[in-house]
Design a protein around this ligand. Structure first.
Ligand code: AMP
Length: 579
């Protein structure tokens, strides 16, 4: 598809980034920092408190839409006071600087208040995806040394109660529930908040103080806790300004779940440093409901994801045409490849092409984007943010070199450093070091750059599975499957899908005495769903007499995938036997 959307000179609102080349040339991180207050680099201060002394104090910061159709607004001043209370709650519980506060909640105002309060008390906020089952939660809380958990009564009952005794470091569980609802061994959120003062003075924060811990999945080993520091807020702010084009009076809707990095960087911090109204919808995805929200809430900027867009496309143009979106002016996407058809569909559905952005947990913020005032090549990720040097590299023996030839595929790398770059994987120095060489951070993604300097995603360089934008580790699934009494070997691959891009498929070899039949397959699927959570569990399980392995005994996922997809098997010289 070679359509190029010509940038519109008569955009209804002048974009923040009008001349990409000029802005890139003149950009400096020092200047970007100067757009924030010099008072305190603390993320929550920059996002909320600094606005309280300005006319923004009475502006709506958070508009929450509840599942039952209810709605509640919080101004910047109210968010400041409520988060002060939560900071005092943590302080009163004796939670010290750098200690981890985990959050396991749906999209409810208390979660947003808790995130800000945690940052204000210089504790580290660590989001958990509320659709996770107990196993991924346990692994992440153990690695992260979770001292406090904030969750809801029902999530506590379903997911935490049974693993709590395996979390000796977890000292406090704060339950968001009816004030009267007391659970043994837990605190009640409202009761604690009521007793806490709404006056809090944020300690002077060091730019390198740890602020957030975001878990991500690798091909092998346990989940990795990516450390982010308070000065990441500089990048959150400036990328929101350029790529999301935040302007005063915007009503912004980020549909990403706050259990993942997008829901934090661009669902909490960035819209608020930029002073816009942040819409939070508690309800699950539903085509008509989403159109209704976009229309009724007069959303101006919408940050969503390819899977959701493909689901809207599937419902057809006739549905979207029943609604009107005169206020919508910028539609943006992240998390998976945005196919060219989806970009074009945006034009047909909303009169606006969809702008892709690329980044990852480790980069902490948007690295590459299509901007409102720059032509779009549908299917491309766009151009590096001002301040960001993205390159395509190849690894040869132990050396790394940049690829200058347009269209040649290599690994996407970013030159270090930038404010929101992760500062480590918690307790895993070796794994962190492996991501860097000299001036490069290696993303693990394959990409290419065309002759105009525009970047195109090609695929992952590893076996990590990206299902609806959720990164899933095959290793995590395999480890849980191996805990089942019938399973001798397990190998998990990514199987392509039209809507969710790909989903995990598991291959299993059974121990002697177990029958590879439908009953066992059903049982295994139930087992893994219960342990991992349905959203991230394999959709298919296939039995094989034995799995292909290297001579050193490693399951060859690459071969399983090639066979599943009917692709060439490639080099099989390391195969244990001819399977
Ligand atoms: P996460 O760390 O969970 O945010 O996932 C990051 C990964 O998602 C990247 O390394 C890519 O593999 C994928 N990803 C994110 N944005 C895009 C995009 N615009 N196009 C293609 N893949 C993307």
């Amino acid at each position: 598809m070679d359509t190029i959307y010509k940038k519109t000179d008569n955009l209804p609102v002048k974009p923040n980034l009008q001349n990409y080349k000029e802005e890139r040339t003149n950009f400096s991180w020092e200047q970007a920092k100067n757009e924030l207050s010099s008072e305190n680099i603390n993320m929550a201060y920059q996002a909320i408190d600094r606005h309280v002394a300005t006319p923004l104090r009475d502006h709506v910061a958070l508009r929450w839409l509840g599942k039952k159709g209810e709605s509640r607004d919080f101004t910047f001043a109210e968010m400041s006071r409520e988060s002060n209370r939560f900071a005092n709650v943590l302080k009163n519980l004796g939670i010290k600087k750098g200690e981890r506060v985990f959050g396991l909640c749906g999209r409810i105002p208390e979660l947003y208040i808790a995130i800000l309060g945690t940052l204000k008390n210089l504790n580290v906020f660590c989001p958990l995806f509320s659709a996770f089952g107990p196993d991924p939660i346990l692994a992440r809380m153990q690695i992260g040394d979770g001292k406090v958990l904030i969750t809801t009564a029902s999530l506590y009952r379903k997911k935490i109660a049974k693993i709590r005794d395996q979390l000796p470091k977890l000292e406090h569980v704060i339950i968001i529930a009816d004030p009267q609802q007391e659970t043994e061994n837990t605190h009640n959120f409202s009761a604690l908040m009521e007793k806490a003062s709404d006056d809090f003075s944020i300690e002077k924060t060091d730019p390198e103080d740890m602020a957030l811990l975001h878990f991500t999945s690798g091909t092998t080993g346990k989940p990795k806790g990516a450390i982010h520091v308070h000065q990441a807020v500089i990048h959150h702010h400036i990328s929101g300004k350029y790529a999301l084009d935040f302007q005063p009076q915007d009503i912004y809707w980020c549909t990403a779940d706050p259990g993942w990095v997008t829901g934090l960087s661009y669902g909490v911090i960035s819209p608020w440093t930029n002073g816009v109204t942040n819409l939070i919808d508690e309800a699950d995805f539903n085509v008509r409901h989403w159109y209704q929200v976009l229309q009724d809430q007069k959303v101006t900027i919408w940050y969503s994801a390819p899977t959701a867009i493909r689901m809207l496309m599937k419902a057809g143009l006739s549905v979207v045409k029943e609604y009107n979106f005169p206020h919508l002016r910028h539609v943006v996407s992240v998390g998976e490849p945005l196919n060219p058809e989806a970009v074009v569909w945006g034009e047909k559905a909303f009169g606006l092409p969809i702008h892709d952005t690329w980044w990852q947990t480790e980069t902490g913020g948007i690295m590459i984007a299509n901007y409102p005032a720059v032509d779009i090549k549908p299917g491309s990720m766009g151009y590096p943010m001002p301040g960001i040097e993205a390159v395509i590299v190849k690894h040869e023996d132990s050396s790394v070199s940049e690829i200058d030839t347009p269209e040649e595929v290599g690994e996407l790398a970013i030159k270090v450093s930038w404010p929101s770059m992760f500062r480590g994987y918690l307790h895993e120095e070796g794994r962190y070091k492996k991501c860097f060489s000299g001036q490069y951070y290696f993303s693990g993604d394959l990409a290419k750059k065309d002759s105009d300097g525009c970047f195109w995603f090609v695929g992952r360089a590893d076996d990590v599975i990206n299902s609806s934008g959720h990164l899933i580790s095959p290793f995590e699934i395999e480890s849980i499957l191996l805990e089942h009494e019938a399973v001798a070997e397990a190998g998990v691959i990514a199987k392509p899908d039209q809507v969710v891009m790909e989903y995990p498929k598991a291959f299993v070899a059974l121990k002697p005495g177990f029958n590879a039949d439908e009953t066992l397959e059903k049982q295994l699927r139930g087992f893994i769903r219960k342990r991992m959570g349905a959203t991230v569990a394999p959709k298919e399980i296939e039995f094989l007499p034995s799995l292909p392995k290297t001579k050193s005994g490693k399951i060859m996922r690459r071969l399983l995938k090639a066979r599943e997809l009917g692709l060439p098997e490639g080099d099989t010289s390391t195969l244990e036997t001819n399977l």
